[in-house]
Write a protein that binds this ligand. Sequence first.
Ligand code: ATP
Length: 512
Amino acid sequence: MEQKEDLLKEVIGHAKEYGFVFPSSEIYDGLAATYDYGQLGAELKNNIKQYWWKSMVQMNENIVGLDSSIFMHPTVWKASGHVDAFNDPLIDNKDSKKRYRADVLIEEHMEKILQKINKEVEKAAKKFGDAFDEAQFRATNPNVLRNQEKITSIEDRMRTTLENNDLDGVKQLIEDLEIVCPISGTRNWTEVRQFNLMFSTEMGSVAGDASTIYLRPETAQGIFVNFLNVQKTGRMKIPFGIAQIGKAFRNEIVARQFIFRMREFEQMEMQFFVRPGEEMQWYNHWKAARLNWHKKLGLGDQYYREHDHIKLAHYANAASDIEFDFPMGFKELEGIHSRTDFDLKQHEQYSGKKLQYFDTELNQNYVPYVVETSVGLDRMFLAVLSASYKNEVLEDGSERVVLTIPPALAPYKVAVMPLTKKDGLPEKARAIIDELKFDYLCQYDEKDSIGKRYRRQDAIGTPFSVTVDHQTLEDNTVTIRDRDTMEQIRVPIAELHTRIEAKVSWRSLLAN
Ligand code: ATP
């Protein structure tokens, strides 16, 4: 645990030092939980967006993109349920004066019990060695069973109290579980209150004429209200999807953990419209497809786990999270939700317009069901950055910090370096960049020793470094160094493009 907390600090420090992420308005001492993406961060973020967009829109004939506005008619949020129900239950500790989400406090308590179970299983696995049957152990060990029952009963109580908006019941549960404030260590809690997460502002400049509008808390509604526009103009046939990347805003009660939870963030959402009754089949399809999309990045399968929801949002009939092992532990990275026909039906009701599809095969009109995939771009960024950050001790005892960012996502793909600043080597290096820059973001670097320059590229995750030396002038060969293996080989300049492409191309990521 200790080590992982250090990792988050190191990643934040590294991200700032190399121009990935800066605190926002830093010269004014920053604004809580708001960050700016720097010169390298903007590149990495754009590349993550491209990976998502290409895999959704370019690779699927029946998915198209959209870019809807952040401001929407206020009734949208009435219809979607956000005005009445987009709340988080909050609770304060009277001693530390710290504010918490009541449901998160309870979930963290359950996570601790789960850890106990896992420890028990690990201990037994060590004791019994090869003969260990984990499934049987989990099904029969009294300690495991007792703890599992505890979790189930807490889950049940949490679900019913939250679903019934029984805030006293939530408080009672926190008291019964003897949950203490992590800061003060006391159980001196306030009542639980609901807090709406939408930011609002006024539109219009004439006094009295202004109306309250909201900053969208999700990009999904822009897709729903355009469902028929896209279906008709794009001649889309069900099943089909609409994808969108854009900013969303939530006045989070507790915004912290770097870019994991911010009040302004970006989402990559896709709404998939299906025949009523076929939603579970598509829900399972997208659950598997999205997990596969993540795993193909090659960060390591152990970073992912799936978590099926117990507390369903007001619009869903099934929901699951893909969780990632962030430096703070396993947390939600992406949500896959079966949203039924809730949103379209609500918009039909509130707008008075029909939002139906005529299915020529069934010869029938219906309001489609929707399966949504929703991933936070900033959380993806943190996932990639934290899993790529490595502090390595090399064979000769020296150390290096390297970002093993998946090559297709790396900000710079190649650095080109003249061995010395004279004898025409810089010109030769620039000529190589002039060729490669049509396809790749390249960096030119002539300062310091080659060793130092390699370290700088390792620290920003550049997959290749190319060195131009005197031999290059004679035979047009260069050395190319691989970031991960640190191997250097001599190759003709004419081969550079093919070698780089083999590693950084989108094809390798997008192919199944
Ligand atoms: P959480 O439980 O962590 O608050 P959520 O379940 O409210 O998340 P969704 O409404 O499902 O999140 O939003 C979809 C995705 O948007 C999430 O999986 C997450 O990646 C991202 N996201 C949500 N809230 C934030 C935030 N405050 N900062 C950054 N990303 C966020």
